[in-house]
Every structure is written in C-alpha cells, then in structure tokens.
Design a protein around this ligand. Structure first.
Ligand SMILES: C[S@@+](CC[C@H](N)C(=O)[O-])C[C@H]1O[C@@H](n2cnc3c(N)ncnc32)[C@H](O)[C@@H]1O
Length: 253
C-alpha cells in the first residue's frame, strides 16, 4: 500500500519541515499574516483565500486560530493539492487553478474575501503577471480587506549583506540535510514520485511545471511589491514583516 494512503498527514508534516529548512522563521511570517487578518475582522470568522496554498499550511493555521473561518485553497500542483485534500478534508474548499491565467477568479466559489494570503509562491510568476495579478486579487477582496504576500524580497540597499545572509542560510540548510535533520526539496519530490498513490500526480506535475519553467525565481525587493500594490489600486501598501532577505508586504483595499 502507498505510504501516502497509509498516513497522508505525514506528508503535510514533511512538507512543512522541508519548507522550514529554507525558512526557519516560516511560522513567524504566518503569525504576522494572521494577526493582520484578526485586525481587519475584529472577532468575526474571516473569509480567506490561501493563494498558491500548496498543501494548505496557511489554511490549517487559520482554521486553528479562527474557529468558523471559511477558507479556499487555490493551487495547481496535483501532488500538493492531494495532500491538502487529506489534511483539510471538508474543512476548506480546494480550487485547482493556474494563476498565470486571468480566468482563475471564475473558479472561486465566492468573492468578497476579508483576506487573500500567499507565501513563497509568486516568485514563480513573471514580473508583468505579478503586477496584473495584484489588480485581480484586489477585485476579489471586500472593501477594507487585505492582501498579504510573504516571499523572498531582499533589501535593494543591502546587496553584500543579502548575499552573505543567503550564503549563511544555505550552509545551515546543507548541514541539516547532511545530518538527516531535514529533507531537501529534491529528495522530498523524489519520495512523492516513488509513492504508489502520488506517482501519477507527480507525472502530471512535471507536465505543469517542466524543469525548464519550474521556477522563474524572480525576487524583486519589497518596495517593488509595495509600488505594484499601489499601482493596482490598494489604498494602503507597505511592509508588514521582515526576516533576513524575506518579507511580507500588505495591501489594504
Ligand atoms: C513553495 S510552494 C508554497 C506553498 C504554500 N504557500 C506554502 O507556503 O507551503 C509554491 C506554490 O505555488 C504554487 N504555484 C506556482 N505557480 C502557480 C500558478 N501559476 N498557479 C497556481 N499555483 C501556483 C505551486 O504549485 C506551489 O504550491
């Protein structure tokens, strides 16, 4: 029997550990996002969109923090969406859609979100698409709703220090891989591809993300995002959180 079917939750856990190897402060940024959600919903159960949500990590944290929250997870990775489906069961709506296609909005079950949250994902899209997407995201928010994007956003004014921070993080990560304390990105995907249940989904994933366009890895500074949010029509935009070369920007509709 497939290891996934025997214990699907292990995959959610291993995804989180694999991502934490890249971002030791991953939970910290999620807490900052959810604090901003709490600030704009004032005790009401929020309506949330976890954009490019993968296995639904942000959704799981939001459901734990806000009982009664209604959450939609949108992604297009068949492996990660299968893990999200078993982690979340009926507790969230799962939408399979490509953010590269402006038609993604038509696949949402509803609009008027209190918050759209996304992490470590939009650097997969080209610059011009991200700028346009910000306008589309604004449209699915209610007036007074927020959008938060946490991603790799180095400070433009700190080029040398940013490189050192990245080198240091890479050394620490590789040391963890070497001792077996964390699974690398490549090993995690190899394990998924070797699982009887996930293997066909991994083949489908390779079609969606061929090696040549796996990741655009376009990581402009936080101020680029703040400007793009303003141009997209957000009334307020700025940096919500920063940790090393990563940051979370926020826009208020
Ligand atoms: C590194 S993962 C992060 C997932 C999740 N936000 C988390 O923090 O665990 C990047 C995610 O972006 C999704 N993604 C990238 N490009 C996408 C697109 N064009 N449409 C939908 N999802 C996309 C990937 O499928 C993947 O789940």
């Amino acid at each position: 029997m497939s290891a996934y079917l025997r214990n699907p939750h292990v995959w959610q856990e291993s995804w989180d550990r694999q991502q934490e190897a890249f971002m030791p402060d991953r939970e910290e940024r999620f807490r900052a996002m959810l604090a901003a959600v709490a600030a704009v919903t004032e005790g009401e159960p929020p309506l949330l969109l976890d954009l490019a949500g993968g296995t639904g990590t942000i959704t799981l944290r939001a459901l734990a923090r806000f009982p009664g929250a209604r959450v939609t997870v949108l992604d297009q990775d068949p492996v990660l969406l299968a893990i999200a489906a078993s982690s979340l069961r009926e507790r969230a709506t799962i939408v399979d859609a490509d953010l590269g296609d402006p038609g993604w909005r038509a696949k949402l079950p509803e609009e008027g979100f209190d918050a759209v949250l996304t992490a470590t994902a939009l650097h997969w899209l080209p610059a011009e698409r991200v700028a346009t997407l910000y306008g589309e995201i604004r449209e699915v928010l209610r007036p007074g709703g927020i959008f938060v994007n946490a991603d790799h956003m180095p400070e433009e004014s700190l080029p040398t220090l940013s490189e050192r921070l990245r080198d240091h993080a890479r050394e620490q990560r590789e040391a963890r891989y070497a001792t077996g304390a964390a699974t690398s990105w490549g090993d995690w995907w190899a394990a998924a591809a070797a699982d009887e249940f996930l293997a066909p989904k991994a083949v489908e994933r390779d079609r969606i993300y061929p090696a040549t366009r796996h990741s655009q890895e376009w990581t402009p500074p936080a101020l680029w995002h703040v400007d793009a949010l303003r141009v997209a029509g957000f009334t307020e935009a700025g940096v919500l959180w920063r940790g090393g070369t990563d940051a979370a920007v926020i826009g208020l509709r």
